[in-house]
Design a protein around this ligand. Structure first.
Ligand code: 3HC
Length: 373
């Protein structure tokens, strides 16, 4: 079976290692930090012990899974890999330099993948000697549980590299959806209003608990703030800033001060022990939960319509990607249809009228929205 290399053994990298090891591949895993390297198999074992205890995972399978992951003392151990996926920090120079290093020590046919959520895969490829071998494989947190992987094809990616990444990832149990190398790909772009509108409501004085509880009551698995706490405020901020810059600071991608403050003050969420809500959980749904849901679902549909308009993805693919990538109970167009076209459009008009001038453009109705819902 193909040998998979993983670089970066934080929550994402380790989760991705688990995905391929579970599918029977030998995984060679490396992290530049000795402490992270040395703790990785214990962290993986602890995350899976509850499944063993509840009888969902036989103990022998866990032992086999751990046996298939070889923690490498240095990058050169990745030389014989067929596919190497990097999941290091969301920093262009760090990823570029690492990919160059990996390219130099692997065979010419080795496929390289970046798990970036916010950077241009094409720009990273441009820095390589064999740009055609790089693809984007964007996993969702927690990687072993979330079913979607976005396969990002930059313009110069070779059909062979895309095909190998798709086949191995699909065989490992993931739904692979191809998407263009455009800012935020499908899910991170279309999810922006989930976080952004929640941050706008927070700025208007609503509590994170009320907002999360309102969305839980509508069937969402996690409210916006619990989701930021899961993924990390730093990662969320990087994705928002990346989109904002790529979209010439359009107010739909406004970077709210509350998010910047979380990061500058170190309240990153689960990984730092404190977030917008974490370690607390949302309280009961507020009396106006339906109004909060309508507001967030109207802006989700409008954002998705802008991606369709730009030719970035088909409406059904967006709905499916949002269900699979975020476990949303329904995609943005499906959600908007439940409210009805008139409610969605009049909500956006209402929001534009009430918003401060700097934010009013967030709610401008995309031309094709009425036809999509
Ligand atoms: N490996 C395998 N299975 C695991 C697992 C692991 N490491 N961890 C949990 N599971 C299994 C559990 O055993 C359970 O299985 P079961 O259904 O057979 O009982 C199932 O996954 C659900 O786990 P839990 O019961 O522990 O937890 P919850 O039911 O509370 O669900 C959740 C947790 C799956 C995180 C759910 O709350 C959820 O779907 N939240 C939304 C998460 C999300 O949206 N993620 C995407 C974030 S965006 C992103 O990552 C993009 C990036 O670019 C920013």
């Amino acid at each position: 079976m193909e040998r998979i290399g993983i670089v970066g053994l934080g929550a994402m990298g380790l989760g991705i290692a688990q995905v391929y090891a579970q599918a029977g591949h030998t995984v060679v895993a490396f992290d530049a930090s000795t402490a992270v390297r040395e703790s990785s198999l214990d962290r993986l074992r602890s995350s899976l012990e509850p499944r063993v205890a509840s009888g969902k995972l036989p103990a022998e399978e866990l032992a086999l899974l751990l046996d298939r992951i070889a923690i490498a003392p240095d990058l050169s151990a990745l030389a014989p890999c067929d596919l190497v996926i990097e999941a290091v920090i969301e920093d262009f120079a760090a990823k570029r330099d690492l990919l160059r290093e990996i390219e130099a020590m692997t065979a010419p046919k080795t496929v390289l993948a970046t798990n970036t959520s916010a950077l241009s895969v094409g720009a990273l490829a441009h820095a390589l000697t064999r740009p055609e071998n790089l693809v984007g494989l964007h996993f969702f947190n927690p990687a072993p549980v979330m079913r979607l992987v976005e396969l990002v094809a930059h313009k110069g990616a070779s059909p062979e590299a895309l095909s190998l990444a798709r086949t191995l990832t699909g065989r490992a149990g993931k739904e692979v959806i191809a998407c263009a190398d455009s800012p935020g790909f499908i899910v991170n772009r279309c999810a922006r209003p989930y976080y952004g509108e929640a941050l706008a409501l927070l700025e208007e004085g609503r509590s994170a608990s009320d907002i999360d509880a309102a969305m839980l009551a509508a069937g969402y698995r996690m409210g916006p703030f619990s989701l930021i706490d899961l993924v990390g405020a730093d990662i969320n901020l990087a994705a928002t800033r990346g989109l904002s810059a790529a979209m010439t600071n359009h107010p739909r991608y406004h970077v709210f001060k509350a998010l910047e403050d979380q990061v500058s003050e170190g309240r990153l969420g689960r990984k730092s022990g404190k977030g917008f809500l974490f370690p607390a959980t949302p309280g009961p749904a507020p009396a106006d939960a339906a109004a909060i849901q309508l507001r967030i679902e109207a802006t989700l549909a409008n954002e998705a319509a802008t991606l369709v308009e730009a030719g970035g993805a088909a409406p059904d693919d967006i709905d499916r990607a949002m269900r699979l990538g975020l476990n949303f109970p329904r995609g943005p167009f499906e959600g908007a249809r439940r409210h009805g076209r008139e409610s969605i459009l009049s909500e956006l008009v209402r929001l534009a009228r009430l918003a401060p001038a700097r934010l009013a453009g967030r709610y401008a109705i995309c031309d094709n929205l009425p036809d999509l819902i």
